[in-house]
Design a protein around this ligand. Sequence first.
Ligand SMILES: [Zn+2]
Length: 198
Amino acid sequence: MAETVLTTNEPHDYAGANHHYAEHVFPVRNPVAGSRSRCVVVTCSDPRCSPEHFFKLKEQEATVIRNEGGRTADPAVIRTVVLLSLLMGSAGQAINEVLVVHHTDCVAYAFSNEELMEMIAKNDDAAPGGPFKAGALTWAEGLNFMGVPTGGSEYERLVRCVKQDVKFLRSHPLLKPSIHISGWIYDIKTRHAEKIES
Ligand SMILES: [Zn+2]
C-alpha cells in the first residue's frame, strides 16, 4: 500500500479556521485566569515533532520552545526559560519542569557547522530559493548553527546531544536546582518517546 504523503501545497484559510476554533473548539472558559504551564518543552522546529500531541498535553498545559534541533545552548532558550521562571515564580506559579526532546530523522543532525558554513560561503545561484543577499557570510560567521558532527549512528548522535543539552541546562547558573530537567528522544516512525537517563 502506498504511503500517505501530507501536502502543504493547498492554500489554508487561516482566518476561517481561527473563527471556527474561537467559536466552537476552545475548551477553556476563562483562559486568562489561572493560566499555568505544566512544563516547558525545548524541542525541534520540525512540525512532525509535536510534544503537545505525543505527550498528550492539553491546550495551555505546555510552553513549547522550538529551534532547529531543539538545542538548549541557545541564548533565546535560556532567556525564555529564565524569564518564565522569574515571572511565573513571582505569580506563585514557577516553572519546575523542563523536558528536552530531540527526534529521529532530524535534518539538524545531518550537517556539521563547517558544512553549513561551506554551503553559505558557496552561495550557489542554483540552490532552492536562489542566492543569499550581500553580507550573508558575515552574519553566518556570527551565528552558532549548533550543527552536529557526523560519525556514529543517528541514535548515538541523538543520545550524545540530548545528554549534552540536559547537562547544559542543569549546570546553567540562572536555572535553579529545583527545576527538574529531563532528556528524551522521539522516534518519528514509531511515535515512541524514550527517556534518556543522564
Ligand atoms: Zn528536527
